[in-house]
Design a protein around this ligand. Structure first.
Ligand code: MF3
Ligand code: CO
Length: 249
């Protein structure tokens, strides 16, 4: 069931989204060679709490950290660790969900570490381009398949692929609500968007083949072929004539 949010609920989601975007923006300057992913986790956790929010990923199905931090071939759900040190030329995605006053904001950015080569920078750009291509289709009457198709087309254009088992989603009082929004699909199919729906569009891009596997920790999702990956996500609300992004500053 897709829940339509009231103006009061959308105002609460705007606030959760503001904190989400702020945490991603503030921590950006800490992303440097030599820093551990644990340090980034702790900095984000502190910002969220300072702003009166809670890191909603902590404890979600037992997830052990406040943020998912995924480096290079790790596409999703990397667990922060003091042993995981960022190196020059890495790309790192920070994927976080903030709960404030019972409502959620969910966003992800992939950042370059130090001086990055063309190959990793291209991965970052492809995820962002896929997001832009998809989001500009959002308005009442558009369909979820339109979004999915737009993401898939951008990935394909660059010879990249998208995962099939992980998707964007609705969001509200729950981190994951209907509708599910795959990164591949057919335009003109799927649920119809309506004013007041709040959704997360999140292109996840694999450099080569779309096969992934989950490591023994039960969380870390990696590209099977070891290729690079990238991820970009925002929470948005469908408005009368388009959309408003809730997790951008
Ligand atoms: N932030 C992720 C999403 O975009 C979900 C995180 S899973 C968790 O849907 F277990 F880490 F919370
Ligand atoms: Co999400």
């Amino acid at each position: 069931m897709i829940i339509i949010k009231s103006p009061r609920e959308i105002a609460l989601m705007r606030e959760a989204g503001r904190v989400t975007a702020l945490a991603l923006e503030e921590v950006r300057s800490l992303v440097e060679p030599g820093v551990s992913t644990q340090t980034l986790n702790d900095a984000i956790d502190a910002i969220i709490r300072r702003e009166g929010g809670k890191p909603a990923e902590l404890g979600y199905y037992g997830y052990p950290a406040s943020v998912c931090i995924s480096v290079n071939e790790v596409i999703l759900h990397g667990i922060p660790s003091p042993k995981k040190i960022l190196r020059d030329g890495d790309i790192v995605s920070l994927d976080l969900v903030v709960e404030k006053n019972g409502y959620m904001g969910d966003a992800c950015r992939t950042y370059p570490v130090g001086i990055c080569g063309e190959r990793p920078l291209r991965m970052i750009a492809i995820a962002e381009e896929a997001f832009e291509a998809a989001v500009k289709l959002v308005r009442p009457g558009a369909r979820v398949g339109d979004i999915s198709h737009a993401i898939e087309e951008v990935a394909k254009k660059y010879g990249c692929s998208v995962p099939t088992d992980y998707t964007g989603h609705g969001i509200g009082t729950q981190m994951h609500e209907d509708p599910y929004i795959p990164c591949y699909g057919t335009a003109g199919t799927g649920p119809v968007l309506k004013e007041g729906m709040t959704i997360c569009i999140e292109p996840m891009i694999l450099e080569h083949r779309n096969a992934v596997r989950v490591l023994k920790d039960g969380w870390t999702v990696v590209a099977k072929d070891g290729g690079l990956t990238s991820h970009y996500e925002n929470t948005l609300v469908v408005t009368k004539d388009g959309y408003e992004i809730l997790t951008k500053q």
